[in-house]
Design a protein around this ligand. Sequence first.
Ligand SMILES: Nc1ncnc2c1ncn2[C@@H]1O[C@@H]2COP(=O)(O)O[C@H]2[C@H]1O
Length: 365
Amino acid sequence: MAHTSGSFELIVLGCSGGPLSGKTCAFLLKPAHVSFEQILKEQQSHLIALDAGSGLETVADIVADCRNNTNNVSSYLTGLYPDSEPLHHYSDISSLTTARPFNSAVLQLNKSNLELARAIISKISAYFITHAHLDHIAGLVINSPGFSGSTKVHGSEETIDTLKNHIFNGKVWPDLDYIQYKAFPSTPAFQKVGQAMHLKAYPTSHGLIHSKFRYKSAAFLIREDTKDDHILVFGDVESDPSSNTNYIEQIWSDVAELVLSKQLRTIVIECSSVDKAPSEPLFGHMSPLNLIKEFSQLSKICSQKNPTTKHPLQGINVLIIHVKETFDGTGDPRKKILNKLRQLNLEHDLGLHFTMCMPGLSYII
Ligand SMILES: Nc1ncnc2c1ncn2[C@@H]1O[C@@H]2COP(=O)(O)O[C@H]2[C@H]1O
């Protein structure tokens, strides 16, 4: 049975911001109405990958959890800290549907956990990479010799150049001829992905290289065609005031109408650390104050477009990813970040609903 309550199923393989080397950012996305059973049978797949910091090993672990009724993957990140809470503590919305990604029809197939994981990974129709930092590509790289044939990898010109010349270059990793690179259009535009989705890639700023050159990441607006619904997924990103650019403002201006018409109800975005003193670097990332300022800006843009809407962001789901693990003995950074976001959300009267993403779960949105 496919999940039918939402438009998309976002399967979180990893969402840590490091420096932990496992469970870093990797997501599978498909229309919610299409089941994995169908995906495994069909020729033309509905499944896409957004970043690939984790891969085959996590899918195999999720299959094992589904088969054994355990929660090893979904409790992985919360299990790191002594003050961690049960999963439901990390979401504002009890109505946000989470599920185990694979149902009995898939799990009953006569395959080992690893064989089933490979069968699922081999149905990814294309990888969309926000930027080439290792924590977003490690799964793609290490898994690539096991791919069954041509593999499409989409990214900005800069990301593709880095992957081709600095990763898949015969030295760091074999230059595999079945990887087909495809650059995003220079002006953001929807392109068909999978069988019933379209994706538009926007550039974002992810800090400076050697304090000089802007390092770009990306954000993806994805449309589910049958329901004309959308999800916005950011890779690593810093706020416009931090970067002194207007990349995020351009995205907000482009999506404001969709927010107003309730055709964009979920935004997946990073919040890597707690707020820092101005002298401390954020390394091209968000903290709660910066993120809430960005959402206030989106709210303002929406209100300018439609002054009669009082709380344009009311009910928007914000899924937080890329929290950095900490070693300072002060406990779970996800709790601190979430508490601060909740407090600022109330103070700014935004009406957002926050969820800390966890690996091993499907979010039906
Ligand atoms: N100059 C630096 N010193 C120490 N750590 C850094 C420095 N620059 C970047 N980083 C870290 O390296 C990480 C690379 O991935 P992220 O962008 O997720 O987050 C980055 C920071 O946590």
